[in-house]
Write a protein that binds this ligand. Structure first.
Ligand code: ZN
Length: 183
């Protein structure tokens, strides 16, 4: 994950925004989220086809978060999407907490698969954490402001390294039949 993120910073950031930003989003958000899900699944047992499907879904949810740039910009123009005055709604902590809460409620009532809250939290949380190294966490509406930048090496990378471990624990709590490999 560190290697992928370094590639993004080294190769994609210097590119023109219209090319660099989509590549950075696909690799830095999408691929990383999917890999975290796969790693967590592998810590529990041999990977199944369901694990691969869920990992792809985790990638897509993380990538899909950036659609809010276009919604807030009111057009499909990349320029408008990248030059918003405020952070778009899905990039706020309030949105993350609200969505995970309602997804958890729906999953606990059997309306969604049991893994859904973990998947959404991993995808949205990882996306916001990575963005916070460049812009800080945006709490909610602009008036609430945002946090200082998250330190990359001392906070972001250690948390990202811990996510698969925590996620695998969460997965085995949801499905105790999954064999928990010793960590
Ligand atoms: Zn984003």
């Amino acid at each position: 994950m560190f290697v992928l993120d370094s590639c993004c910073r080294t190769f994609f950031e210097p590119l023109p925004q219209s090319i660099g930003v989509p590549l950075d989003t696909v690799v830095g958000h999408g691929v990383v989220a999917g890999l975290q899900w796969l790693l967590a699944s592998r810590l529990n047992q041999h990977l199944t086809s369901q694990d691969w499907v869920l990992a792809c879904l985790c990638s897509l949810v993380s990538l899909g978060m950036d659609v809010d740039h276009f919604i807030a910009g009111g057009s499909l123009s990349m320029k408008a999407a990248l030059n918003l005055q405020t952070r778009p709604f899905a990039h706020t902590v309030a949105f993350l907490v609200t969505v995970v809460f309602f997804v958890y409620l729906a999953a606990s009532k059997g309306l969604l698969p049991a893994y859904t809250p973990l998947l959404v939290a991993t995808a949205f949380g990882g996306h916001q954490l990575r963005d916070s190294t460049k812009r800080g966490f945006t709490w909610g509406p602009a008036a609430l402001g945002s946090s200082p930048l998250t330190p990359y090496y001392t906070v972001y990378l250690p948390i990202m390294a811990l996510v698969p471990l925590l996620l695998s624990r969460g997965m085995s709590l949801i499905n105790p039949n999954r064999h928990q490999l010793p960590i």
